[in-house]
Design a protein around this ligand. Structure first.
Ligand code: TXA
Ligand code: MG
Length: 314
């Protein structure tokens, strides 16, 4: 398909060239697909904000290959090291203090004192990061406040031909964005994800909390409206309204109707997470005008699913 490239050595070299020339590409990660640009380049970072129509005050996550490379740009601390050992590479993003002499574009972190850091696990993006002389700023590859993409065709659905190079890596394994944890100042979860608050609390030997609603944007992923398919969503429904797409979870629902979409017939929350954005996108593209959804259990990755649904419904 147009602008979609398979993972091969030749195509990785092409991808490298795009990035070195301050152009953007779409890349697979284990969470969702991202829009990648050179994090040291103002030109690249400006292009990211423009293409996504993202407010400039919403900072980007900087993706690294390893710790050695990160140390040039951020101060690390004890809690970071504990979590890094356990969870990286993987779907966890750390907020750390930025070094004054860091080469990270000032636009990439909205001029804040801190930067968000992630070491992705997907082998394709890791291979790319390993072979570049700069880290990558990679927000999810969607128009600001819309649904995140979990496949290369989702990226096309968001941007059509505006992205010239999409590196294909199949379907994202997790399907929801990384957990974001603040490690500079109060240790707190800013965005729930597949690595849950209890797992992190265990490693840090500490009871953690989620950031409560504030006016200040310490993590604009916490903006009220986000992850939206662009049609009204009603949560915690027992049954569906007339003509609504009905999203369900578990074996008690039969797919005896074209309006029913089951996130996981076997009632598995990880499977539901993987299917969430795909299902919302499908429903939108089928032309439904509203969505009803049953209650999703609020534990483990279910906490992240409910976080996204609340924002999608706002
Ligand atoms: O799984 C992911 O994290 C994906 C993949 C592509 O890596 N990326 C992603 O990026 O979700 P994005 O830009 O869609 O979300 C980044 C989140 C936002 O909520 C942003 O506000 C927060 O990270 N963030 C970035 N820098 C921050 C900072 N210095 N302090 C607090 N929050 C920050
Ligand atoms: Mg996003």
């Amino acid at each position: 398909m147009k602008n979609i490239y398979k993972n091969s050595r030749q195509n990785l070299n092409k991808a490298k060239k795009f990035l070195k020339n301050h152009n953007l590409i779409a890349v697979p990660t284990e969470t969702v697909y991202g829009l990648a640009g050179n994090a040291y380049s103002n030109i690249s970072v400006r292009k990211i904000y423009k293409l996504k129509k993202r407010p400039k005050r919403n900072p980007l996550i900087i993706h690294y290959y390893n710790l050695r490379r990160l140390k040039k740009d951020a101060f690390i601390n004890k809690n970071f090291l504990k979590l890094y050992k356990k969870f990286s590479p993987g779907p966890l993003t750390y907020i750390l203090k930025k070094r004054k002499n860091s080469k990270i574009s000032l636009i990439a972190n909205s001029g804040l004192k801190t930067i968000a850091i992630r070491f992705p696990k997907n082998e394709i993006i890791r291979n790319l990061l390993k072979n570049l002389e700069f880290p990558l700023a990679i927000p999810s590859a969607n128009i600001s406040s819309a649904l995140s993409p979990v496949s290369s065709s989702d990226v096309l659905d968001e941007f059509s031909s505006k992205i010239k190079f999409i590196l294909d890596g199949g379907t994202s394994k997790i399907g929801l964005e990384s957990t974001v944890i603040n490690l500079y100042g109060k240790t707190q979860i800013l965005r729930p994800g597949s690595i849950n608050i209890n797992q992190i609390g265990k490693v840090l030997k500490k009871k953690l909390s989620f950031l409560k609603k504030t006016n200040k944007i310490s993590s604009p992923g916490l903006l009220k409206k986000h992850y939206s398919p662009g049609i009204p969503i009603k949560l915690n429904c027992k049954k569906a309204d007339n003509k609504a797409a009905f999203i369900v979870f578990g074996k008690k629902y039969k797919n005896n109707n074209k309006n029913i979409f089951n996130l996981s017939k076997r009632g598995n929350l990880e499977e539901a997470a993987r299917n969430l954005y795909k299902t919302l996108r499908k429903i939108k593209n089928l032309g439904f005008k509203k969505i009803n959804i049953v209650r999703i259990p609020n534990n483990k990755i279910g906490i992240a699913i409910n976080d996204r649904l609340r924002k999608a419904a706002y």
